[in-house]
Write a protein that binds this ligand. Structure first.
Ligand code: PFF
Length: 445
């Protein structure tokens, strides 16, 4: 048995789980999903999903991960050798590869913007031209694909170094800085003319607009944003030490993650209305609006460089965590060297990532169910695979897992109060799986 590494400090644990959770999901995906799905109602449902479904599912993953100190497949092998539940671990591997593929494309867009900011290319154009320039960039036959590959190469370089050194150091320093920057940008956006329209859009729920796609979208966003349902948090928890407080870590991660998403919404939507744009732009939204925000700010040049640089690192801490799912499986279950496993993970995602990158250009005509490859990967992984994984993980933790293991994990072998054990177990057994099923059934009707 190879010795497994551990997150060394308590802040290291929080920084790593928050580092996985906070990323493009909060700053790029949340505003565009909220924009497409009507704002206020989406936000409310999203928050409900985070607390009612997200925290129980995250704790299910934490318990399974730390109780076994194994990757997803290994955890099920150890706890329930022949149970069909282990399919969830394989689904997680597939979902992680799909997400890493399209995520790297968006991270590539961020890198393009970082370079444009450094070179000062944002400032000598009219506000209307930002949208055109972005459209021209993503439809380019090679540039987005090249950035995708460069990003994956960087992800690979960090992965090779193992868990604690790379991840802990990077996320310990950068997450708080990103947070502070968002607060500053938020204050700036709120001072723009017509900013209140954006605030109203984000915070006033219009339930008459509620539809199946809004509900499914909000649940998918909650899973995506908290990195849940694909054994990512399970794998991370396998590196936790015996003293890590699971419940506290899960709640803190959920709160910080939602806070960043809401802050991002408060940066983007006031600006959307102020600059006369519409919130329904989809994946392009943030990239069309951000340059206008920076152009308005004193010292916008510096702000934009700092922001895209931090967003790049936030993306990297997320992609490192999703890569760990496949890599830890290959290393621990298939006895592959870490280096080789990292190469395999990067190689598969490079091929799929290029296909995603081209789906706004040369491959834009290629659609399945009206979605290009990029959108399809995102939709299938986030809205179907992750919630299905969530159902299975919480059912397994709630029903199949030995009650004593659950109790010991949640109370650190009796050293912490057991007050939350019963209600949490109830959520894992009933609330979370039933809520996810209701959303699915509502979606099918
Ligand atoms: N939670 C990340 C984000 O919001 O950007 C995305 C993510 C990371 C999804 C890790 C899935 C995962 F396993």
């Amino acid at each position: 048995m190879t010795k497994r590494s551990q997150f060394v400090t308590k802040t290291g644990v929080i920084a790593a789980t928050v580092g996985s959770a906070v990323g493009l999901g909060n700053i790029w995906r949340f505003p565009y999903e909220a924009g497409v799905h009507g704002g206020g109602a989406f936000l409310l449902l999203y928050i409900v999903c985070i607390f009612l479904i997200g925290i129980p599912v995250m704790l299910s993953e934490f318990v399974l991960g730390r109780a076994t100190h194994q990757n997803g497949v290994g955890a099920f092998r150890k706890l329930a050798p022949r149970s069909p539940f282990r399919i969830v671990a394989y689904m997680g591997i597939i979902a992680s590869v799909m997400i890493l593929s399209f995520y790297s494309v968006v991270a590539g867009w961020i890198m393009e913007y970082l370079f444009q900011s450094i070179e000062g290319l944002f400032w000598n154009v009219d506000a209307e031209q930002y949208a055109e320039r972005f459209a021209a960039f993503i439809s380019n036959p090679w540039r987005p694909a090249l950035w995708t590959l460069i990003f994956l190469a960087m992800n690979f370089l960090v992965l090779r170094r193992g868990v604690e050194k790379g991840i802990e150091k990077i996320s310990n320093i950068l997450m708080p800085v990103l947070f502070i920057l968002l607060v500053i940008f938020c204050a700036n956006s709120l001072s723009l003319p017509r900013a209140t329209e954006g605030v109203k859009f984000l915070f006033t729920p219009h339930f008459e607009e509620l539809s199946a796609s809004v509900v499914i979208g909000a649940m998918g966003q909650a899973f995506f944003s908290l990195s849940l349902g694909l054994t990512c948090m399970l794998t991370y928890a396998s590196y936790f030490s015996d003293s890590t407080k699971l419940t506290q870590s899960a709640v803190l991660t959920a709160i910080l993650d939602s806070l960043v998403a809401i802050l991002a919404g408060l940066v983007i939507f006031p600006a959307v209305f102020s600059f006369g744009k519409t919130p329904e732009e989809g994946p392009k939204l943030v990239f069309e609006v951000l340059p206008s925000i920076f152009a308005e700010m004193t010292g916008g040049h510096i702000w934009s460089v700092a922001f895209f640089l931090l967003l790049f690192f936030a993306s990297l801490t997320s992609t490192i965590s999703m890569s760990e799912i496949f890599i830890s499986y290959l290393v621990e279950e298939r006895r592959m060297e870490r280096q080789k496993a990292s190469i395999l993970n990067t190689g598969v995602c490079a091929v799929l990532g290029v296909l995603c990158a081209l789906s706004f250009g040369p491959l834009s005509e290629f659609t399945i169910c009206g979605k290009n490859i990029f959108d399809l990967f995102d939709y299938v992984a986030s809205n179907i695979f992750l919630p299905c994984g969530g159902i299975l993980l919480s059912l397994f933790a709630g029903w199949a897992l030995d009650r004593a293991i659950m109790r010991n994990q949640l109370t650190n072998d009796g050293r912490l109060s057991a007050r939350w054990v019963k209600p949490l177990r109830f959520c894992m057994r009933f609330i979370a799986p039933i809520a996810i099923c209701i959303v699915f059934i509502y979606g099918l009707l």
